[in-house]
Design a binder for this molecule. Structure first.
Ligand SMILES: [Zn+2]
Length: 462
């Protein structure tokens, strides 16, 4: 079956090592149990960056270094929510990153799923109100609607505050930033599914519900770091294949699946590729641990700015954010149909089940590269139905949820694909033109959230 696999020897060495070593789980355990959430602005974030750099060095990567940048930081303060009419009752809540300090009293309005139609239907009745939106997406819409899109529609409707309701029972509030790299214009908090259901029933049964909200968060500038390391190609050292994942998590949990399971796969791929293919790579494979993704893909945006003159030479950016989760280990190309045959061929050679599909989204570190026209994709399953985050972004995204089998499967696919992208002379995708990128940004239905963010940015500037 595998007679047509020109990489059979290296494949067997890499995959055999991955499946007989505990390194990937050991590294994930250090990231989660020693450095906790690794949230932006915490000492654990810096310790995690140092650990990743040390591990890159240990595994033989070259040019290992930190790239420091400044950004708009945020620190959580206490948030209190209280029903003041028609009953008195406190509701447990947490601020969402970039929430400002605020004190607000107003009537509560539910927008349900927070689909574009919900906001259209409710129109100006949202103005000056506190808006309640579920983290779930309408099953009729055919796409997943991100928290930020709901928040930004709420701001555009001139509401006073935003309450995000988890769609998952028993997991407490779901976190996630309100804005990217800047203080949010109105406060946003999150409550559990159960408390959200209570508030919704109260509106339905009593009509008018009035809330008081107090937030005490701080927005101050800070520094963070991308960690970079290379396996330098022997024939075309300037041409790069990038493997990346962010290492920062949200402060309420270990961020074990999102992102650390993907970070562990990046590190594991560095280990086996360095050991078994380090001297045989034609193009350079660059490994990047991005900082501060959770609050606006900031590390990735800074990387793209800093390396603007190298973008033409990036053949592919493969994003492994949360790649060690339960999803099938396929490749989701960001509307690069011309690359499908390369990956189909790789799948044949590798003799594995590897879904290959096309779908794009603007909510992880590939996006700053995509905007610049760089060919991008992420590990995942394009055929999976759009769904929620499960334990992701809740306090229960913990190490015990991650399975070694998924880390191994993800590492094997990432290592074998990287080897092929680095060495196959036929793999040489080129950057999209500015016009082609703009057309994608303007028309792809899964980029609606990006367009709403642009609308809000333009609204504020005018
Ligand atoms: Zn992530």
């Amino acid at each position: 079956m595998n007679n047509n696999n020109p990489y059979l020897d290296i494949d067997q060495q890499m995959v055999g090592d991955i499946y007989t070593s505990s390194q990937v789980m050991d590294n994930l355990t250090v990231l989660c149990d020693d450095f906790g959430a690794r949230f932006s602005g915490t000492p654990e974030e810096q310790q995690a960056a140092q650990f990743i750099a040390d591990t890159f060095e240990k595994y033989g990567l070259q040019n290992v270094g930190f790239e420091t940048y400044s950004y708009a930081g945020w620190s959580r303060g206490e948030a209190t929510l209280e029903i003041i009419e028609p009953i008195h009752k406190p509701i447990k809540c947490i601020s969402l990153p970039y929430c400002p300090t605020s004190e607000i009293e107003s009537e509560l309005v539910s927008v349900g799923y927070g689909s574009p139609e919900d906001y259209q239907r409710l129109g100006s009745s949202i103005k000056e109100k506190i808006v309640l939106a579920s983290s779930a997406s309408s099953p009729n819409l055919g796409r997943w609607v991100h928290r930020k899109e709901k928040y930004e529609r709420t701001v555009l409707a001139e509401a006073k505050a935003f309450i995000f309701v988890s769609e998952h029972p028993g997991t407490g509030p779901e976190t996630g930033s309100l804005q990217d790299d800047k203080a949010a214009p109105i406060p946003g908090i999150s409550v559990s599914k159960e408390d959200g259901a209570f508030l919704t029933r109260l509106i339905e049964r009593k009509g008018m519900v009035k809330l008081r909200l107090l937030t005490t968060d701080t927005n101050l500038p800070r520094n963070s770091w991308n960690v970079v390391g290379d396996l330098i190609g022997k024939e075309k050292p300037n041409e790069q294949i990038i493997l990346g994942c962010h290492y920062d998590g949200h402060d309420i949990s270990q961020g074990a699946t999102d992102p650390a399971s993907g970070m562990a796969i990046v590190i594991e791929t560095a280990r086996v590729l360095s050991q078994y293919a380090g001297n045989n790579l034609k193009r350079t494979v660059r490994f990047i641990a991005f900082g501060t993704e959770e609050i606006g893909l900031i590390g990735a945006y800074r990387y793209v700015d800093k390396h603007a003159d190298e973008l033409d030479n990036i053949r592919f950016m493969f994003n492994l954010d949360a790649a060690g989760g339960k999803s099938r280990k396929g490749i989701v190309l960001h509307q690069w149909c011309e690359l499908e045959s390369f990956f189909q061929q790789a799948k044949q050679e590798m003799a594995i089940e590897m879904p290959i599909g096309q779908k794009v989204h603007p909510y992880s570190d590939h996006f700053p590269f995509l905007i610049q026209g760089v060919p991008t994709g992420h590990m995942g399953d394009a055929e999976a139905a759009p769904g929620g985050r499960g334990f992701g972004h809740t306090m229960y995204d913990t190490l015990d949820k991650v399975e070694l089998v998924n880390l191994r499967a993800g590492s094997s696919v990432a290592a074998r694909l990287s080897l092929r992208m680095a060495n196959d002379p036929s793999f040489c995708p080129q950057r999209r033109s500015t016009e082609t990128v703009q057309e994608l940004l303007d028309t792809d239905s899964n980029l609606e959230g990006y367009r709403v963010a642009q609308k809000l940015a333009n609204h504020k500037n005018s």
